[in-house]
Design a protein around this ligand. Structure first.
Ligand code: HPA
Length: 248
């Protein structure tokens, strides 16, 4: 089977890559259990790409119950070495308003109680992977270069604060994240990034800003309709961007 150039994990609002052609849908069973759904492998504008919906294609798995280990292990079993994580997030920093695409370079993990390492299995080797740079810099740079080619506006850098969810945050929580230096807030960045590192996968995040985080906008309530509409609008150029990254 030919090599997979890139695996993509879709977040809230991105449940498939409509432009993926000649799709082979594969069910995986991994040492960590089953992933959120089938891995769809196909041709995206001529590039061999694998796609997996993080929350399931019907969005049935909440952030704290995603089997992050199985999802990444399935993509690795499928033959992927590079993973682009799409994460739907709220914006905190001024440059990160709704419909902005950003490629963060740092994160802070506020999640709890999630299985966050491969070394939980009895007898498994204890891993202390280096995580000073949580995203693979080479893949980040390739994503930014691909964005320049396709004309997509992608903000370079930013700190992604990863909260437990599934509820959204209080204004005080967002104020704290801002003081901590977070530019973006979402619920799925961890343990995914750490597990990717443990699995030896190249991993970068393309954050899709769906709303202003609590207290950062004009005081409106955050609705799912707003989130989905903004993700859809911001995702218009995704197929070209993903294909260009897969090419590089
Ligand atoms: N907070 C956390 N996760 C999110 C948000 C948010 O405001 N928007 C989309 N995902």
């Amino acid at each position: 089977m030919s090599r997979i150039a890139l695996a993509v994990i879709g977040g809230t609002g991105v449940y498939r890559l409509a432009e993926l052609q000649d799709v082979d849908s594969r069910e995986f069973d991994t040492p960590y259990g089953k992933p959120s759904g089938p891995v769809r492998i196909g041709s995206l504008l001529g590039q061999r790409v694998a796609f997996l919906a993080r929350h399931g294609e019907g969005h049935s798995v909440p952030p704290h119950q995603v089997n992050y280990r199985a999802n990444l292990a399935a993509l690795k079993q499928a033959g992927a070495q590079r993973v682009l994580a799409l994460n739907t997030v709220g914006g905190i920093g001024e440059a990160y308003g709704p419909r902005v695409l950003a490629c963060p370079d740092q994160l802070i993990d506020y999640t709890w109680g999630r299985v966050s390492t491969l070394c939980e299995e009895p007898g498994s080797e204890v891993l202390h992977v280096d995580f000073g740079e949580p995203y693979t810099q080479q893949l980040r740079l390739k994503l930014l270069a691909a964005a320049r080619v396709t004309g997509a506006a992608v903000v370079d850098g930013g700190c992604y604060g990863v909260t437990q969810g599934p509820r959204l945050e209080t204004r005080a929580e967002i104020a704290r994240l801002r003081r901590d230096g977070c530019d973006l807030v979402g619920m799925t960045g961890m343990p995914e990034a750490g597990l990717a590192r443990e699995l030896g996968l190249e991993y970068a995040c393309l954050a899709i800003v769906a709303n202003w985080a609590a207290g950062c906008g004009v005081g409106e309530e955050i609705t799912l309709a707003e989130v989905l509409a903004n993700v859809e609008a911001a995702s218009a150029g995704l197929p070209e961007l993903v294909a260009e990254l897969a090419r590089g």
